[in-house]
Design a protein around this ligand. Structure first.
Ligand code: UD1
Ligand code: CA
Length: 495
């Protein structure tokens, strides 16, 4: 996405992101809601970057600190300007202009932080039209089926744009206009500066509208044009959560299609979600209900899903991940995960390993060919190569105050239903018996057992649970109800 062109010294982009986003009904600033794993404003900043403008200015106010922090993270070179208490897109642009060098003499592209699908190619075409027509303002419009909420483009009898009227200020006649203002513009800086100074706030919303600049330029005899886009979704704004979901689905469909054409099998595009920053190799196979989130990378031949979420994971070649959830985990080549595994941050499964059914791992390095096949929790642990952790094993890593680590060597075989009480080390080639609670280090090659000898208390059930079906079954098995008389005391002597 990096553009080899030099920044255009006659081009500035102003990104409007100060609005409240009331219709989202959210504690989070609208422009920080994610779309394909990137905040809305991140999509807009990426497009701005592709334009190679010499200046990118963002205007913020609502949730100011969170939005400014996101901008600093996404595009450190962008200038952040605070909007004051005067509301409206016109005021936002006016303040944005103030952040440009006083001698800046070029074009201003204005975009909204809530229009994420607008692409750089569309903007570049708009800029070309603007410059070749030597216009004072050129904006993107769209003909839509439902114009509700948008500003309408008012044209004269000859079809030239005269002004824009906002939904809330429009007459019934104007409301029936189906050509809408996308909120994306190019302005020559001089005319924009002059006319913004003349825009007032006497309208239904008491705001300083950027859209009023169009009528002022037109009335001053300057060229203003509206260029309709072919596909209205390109300029669809996200104002509420219905639009957020629709925009997300549209973007996802494009991303999925892109990976399909790059050699990824996607069985069910409708239920497969791939974030923008994920990368997939050829012959990756995605089964239904799979979300490849964040900066996940998946190597050739891996099969993921169904019903799997991978966030910021690295998956090696030919690995198989079934019905599982993983975050910040490395899954080695040829290894298998799931069904129903939960890999938390810091899990590193080496090549040809296994994290099996109903297994939770966290901060666990599991060496090549090692397996944790069933029903276990493995946390703060290092396992060497070729080891097998028995079914139902728990690393007791937390003493209620501090976390401790467990080290398991290579070619270890631990029994079923063990507890490793950390900190503890199990040496290379060691074994442990079923049900062992390992509280002390196990030397290499040793068998650890600490389960008490089993005692069978003969007749205990019939003596203590008389009248139950278990007692009846026991009686039938022993062939005599008399046999039930053995006391607990008597039974205790029997090993
Ligand atoms: C605006 C346009 C409308 C257009 C629509 C397209 C105006 C007056 N109206 O309306 O013609 O059809 O976009 O989506 O411009 N913002 C600020 N400061 C403010 C107010 C808004 O920075 O004081 C930002 C918002 O964060 C947002 C953008 O400007 O990114 C648009 O604001 P919004 O309130 O969504 O405008 P609309 O009512 O949608
Ligand atoms: Ca809007």
């Amino acid at each position: 996405m990096t553009d080899p062109r030099q920044p255009d010294p006659r081009l500035a982009v102003i990104v409007l992101a100060a609005g409240q986003g009331t219709r989202m009904k959210s504690r989070r600033a609208k422009v920080l809601h994610p779309l394909a794993g990137v905040p809305l404003i991140g999509h807009v900043l990426a497009t701005a970057r592709e334009l190679s403008a010499a200046h990118v200015v963002t205007v913020v106010r609502h949730e100011r600190d969170a939005v400014a922090a996101a901008i600093a993270d996404l595009m450190p070179e962008a200038v952040v300007v605070d909007q004051d208490e005067v509301p409206g897109t016109g005021r936002a642009v006016e303040l944005g202009l103030g952040a440009l060098p006083a001698d800046f003499d070029g074009d201003i592209v204005v975009v909204s932080g809530d229009v994420p699908l607008l692409d750089a190619a569309t903007l570049a075409r708009l800029l070309d039209e603007h410059r070749s027509a030597a216009a004072a303002a050129t904006l993107l419009s769209a003909i839509v089926d439902d114009a509700t909420g948008y500003g309408r483009i008012v044209r004269d009898a000859a079809g030239a744009m005269q002004r824009i009227v906002e939904q809330k200020d429009a007459t019934p006649d104007e409301l029936s206009i189906t050509e809408i203002n996308s909120g994306t513009y190019v302005f020559g800086v001089a005319g924009l500066r002059t006319q913004l100074g003349r825009v007032g706030t006497s309208n239904a919303q008491g705001e300083k509208y950027l859209t009023d600049v169009i009528a002022l330029l037109h009335d001053a005899g300057q060229a203003v044009t509206a260029v309709p886009v072919n596909e209205p979704w390109v300029i669809e704004g996200v104002n509420d959560r219905v639009q957020l979901a629709r925009t997300a689905a549209r973007l996802n469909a494009m991303i999925v299609r892109g990976w399909q054409l790059a050699g990824v099998t996607v069985q069910d595009p409708a239920t497969t979600w791939i974030d923008l920053r994920a990368t997939l190799a050829e012959d990756v196979e995605l089964l239904p209900g799979t979300h490849i989130a964040g900066a996940t990378t998946i190597a050739r031949g891996a099969r993921i899903g169904p019903q799997t979420t991978l966030l910021d994971c690295e998956v090696g070649e030919d690995a198989v991940v079934t019905r599982s959830d993983a975050t910040l985990a490395v899954i080695g080549s040829g290894s298998t995960v799931g069904p129903f595994a939960y890999l938390r941050p810091g899990t590193e499964l080496a090549a040809d390993g296994k994290i099996g059914t109903f297994v939770e791992t966290k901060n666990a390095k599991i060496g090549a060919g090692s397996k944790v096949p069933h029903l276990s929790y493995i946390g703060d642990t290092t396992v060497g190569e070729g080891s097998n952790i028995g079914a139902g094993t728990i690393t007791a890593n937390y003493d209620g105050v501090n976390k401790h680590s467990t080290t398991v060597g290579s070619h270890v075989r631990t029994g079923s239903h063990n507890v490793f009480v950390a900190p503890v080390t199990i040496g290379d080639g060691a074994y442990s018996g079923a049900g062992t609670v390992i509280r002390k280090d196990v030397p290499a090659g040793a068998l650890a057992v600490n389960v008490a000898p089993q005692r069978n208390l003969a007749g205990w059930v019939q003596a203590n649970r008389a009248g139950t079906r278990a007692a009846d079954a026991a009686a039938a098995a022993s062939g005599s109800v008399e046999g039930a008389e053995g006391s607990v005391e008597g039974a205790e002597g029997t090993d």
